[in-house]
Ligand binder design. Sequence first.
Ligand SMILES: NC(=O)c1ccc[n+]([C@@H]2O[C@H](COP(=O)([O-])OP(=O)(O)OC[C@H]3O[C@@H](n4cnc5c(N)ncnc54)[C@H](OP(=O)(O)O)[C@@H]3O)[C@@H](O)[C@H]2O)c1
Length: 265
Amino acid sequence: MKLAFIGAGKMATAIAQGLIDANCFGKSNIMASDPSMISQQSFSTTVGVQCIDDNDATIDQGDVIVLAVKPQNIENVFSNLISPLNSKLLISIIAGCTLKNLSALTQSKRIIRVMPNTPAMVGKGTAVFACGDDVTKSDIELVTKIFSTVGIVKQLPEEYLDIVTAVSGSGPAYVFEFIQAWVDAAVANELDPELSLELILQTVSGAVEMIHKKMGTPDELRNAVTSPGGTTEAGLNVLKEHHFREIIQSVINSAKQRSIELGND
Ligand SMILES: NC(=O)c1ccc[n+]([C@@H]2O[C@H](COP(=O)([O-])OP(=O)(O)OC[C@H]3O[C@@H](n4cnc5c(N)ncnc54)[C@H](OP(=O)(O)O)[C@@H]3O)[C@@H](O)[C@H]2O)c1
């Protein structure tokens, strides 16, 4: 079976590399098309598979098509396409692009819409998918197998994909922002930048591991390290005064709203 990526940017590269590393697909069974020379070169170098600038030829040769272009480029892909899709399975990772929109563009209902995230690049991704009407049981097994090579995979009704986009699709950026702010605060107090990052990364991964090991809920674990009148409480009080939880709620609501808007464009 041949897998054809339309758009060979960051996500396509991460997924293709995961598939090869996991021996899920051989290099000869992966192909990609992208107009950007930079993406072509980066995909070829990282994945070890040639990337061309020809969506028609790529779709023609693929048995399963992975749509990995930005939302604003999807119409362009199908308006310029000559090759028939011939009911091939389409897997779309395009944020906010609904099954209905994809179906209108492709005249197909054999479509799986997936919301992945960038930690797929290190095999720690999340992927949540929803299925079009003509998707088969073996299509579901295939998409599960593909995304399992780069992280965890869940199936949900499509109505949940906007909130999933806000929570895990965009999630890595919130973590990066939080960690950068934390490093900046340490450095502002004259701690070495490299050491700051090392301490913070170990703190984050250690805290995450404690939750993974079911040592308590996040609330319980926070309470366990917060002595009355202590340093942690002093820090947490600032988060509370500045409405940290309400801010996070607004972040998620705003990202979800943007995902809904993209779907309506
Ligand atoms: N990155 C994330 O965190 C993330 C998470 C979840 C989902 N997604 C979704 O994944 C998709 C890809 O994201 P990405 O981060 O991999 O984007 P990206 O790195 O920008 O890759 C998209 C690639 O598609 C190329 N492209 C543009 N028009 C094309 C066309 N007509 N035919 C073929 N290729 C075309 C782009 O070339 P140009 O640069 O020349 O336009 C670019 O190289 C997006 O729809 C995004 O919503 C991304």
